[in-house]
Design a protein around this ligand. Sequence first.
Ligand code: ZN
Length: 447
Amino acid sequence: MKVISPSFIITMNRNYEILEGYSVLISGNRIQKIDRTEKLIPIAKENKWDIFDASGTILIPGFVQTHIHLCQTLFRGLADDLELLDWLQLKIMPFEYAHNKESMKYSALLGISELIRCGTTTILDMGSLNHSEVIFEQLINSGLRAFHGKAMMDINTLYPELSETTASALKSSEELAKEFHNSASGRVKYAFAPRFILSCSNELLKSTNELVNDFPGTLFHTHASENRTELENVRKRCGKDNIECFEELNILNDKSCIAHCIWLNENEIQLMKKRDARVLHCPSSNLKLASGIANIPRYLKEGISVSLGADGAPCNNFLDIFVEMRLASLIQKPFHGPTIMSAKEVFELATIGGARALHLEHEVGSIEEGKKADLVLIELNQLHNSVNIDKENLYSNIVYTCDHTNVKSVMIDGNWIYQNYQFMSIDVEEVIKKSQEELSKLLLRVK
Ligand SMILES: [Zn+2]
């Protein structure tokens, strides 16, 4: 049993309560009780439970990032200043193809370490064609909560080597799901990942949707309407736009987790709403690849699920949720006015909103009794945010001024993964050294 006693708790419960002078009691991997500190501490002392005096810090739900590519972390800084299709064809796909098991291991571990240090406790991750088992191994060992799936591609005109037959894409994905879905006591799950329409036949898309139904709790994770050239090519092939194409194939539903959705037409917005599909918003990536700015306030007004993700390291170039929260808010203001996308609203997208997108809202995303103990302690102790802290401006401080230097400790599934600014089991220096070595070797393999 553990008791954490922070100064404030941002619960993100139904009433958006912010508690002052309360503690959280954790039993195993769950939050057993939230009660007044003066009441819980004597009981904890009597029972010799572990007490974590976190006064001066704010306890928040762990962040949920719904669109990540751990397989690309090693390629940070090697694919800058390009638009999407060139970025994929000239850089990312050749790099992904050059991965072996060791380079994939360190790409994943480097990304996982950065995510945890920034307070992210749950991710939805898309892999490459090969070596997904290595990513699963790292997810299981690291303690991060995650969905992962290999990228499915049975057409690839951009880089034909990085593709396989329809049957092979389906069979290998199904085998990975059988082996890894609900592993690590359910902490690690499978998400089928047809990369995007241009890399998938209609047969692959339809059969993948059937696989999602065969494995309860899995998701359908893809990209759509990210870039105008991509959209033109989709129109040439399908005679309609991305989301309309999914609808025609009868595969648009509440398991559809769709990254970007920048260029949706009115009919597609209504389809996303009607089918309860999810928008995975990646503001940094959308700006850096010059893709565009999704009309997120409109989607939210329609009641469409929106959550946040950093996308891959080479199109961001951080994996830091604080960067995404800040940008998600700021990029909308010139179009919609200063009150749009408030700090509180954006904080919601990065916590309980992300959990809802992944159908995990009964387990994570808020601090409530009975939920999994995925918790982050924020310390507002830096030059840029140590003055003027009170209950009224916590969301503002976190969304507009925090960065990873404010993340003091991270607990996932009841375990401290990062505590007092230190990883508990990841040797960061070793991860960086091995990542540099594996990248050098990988670059020699790139054709
Ligand atoms: Zn992506």
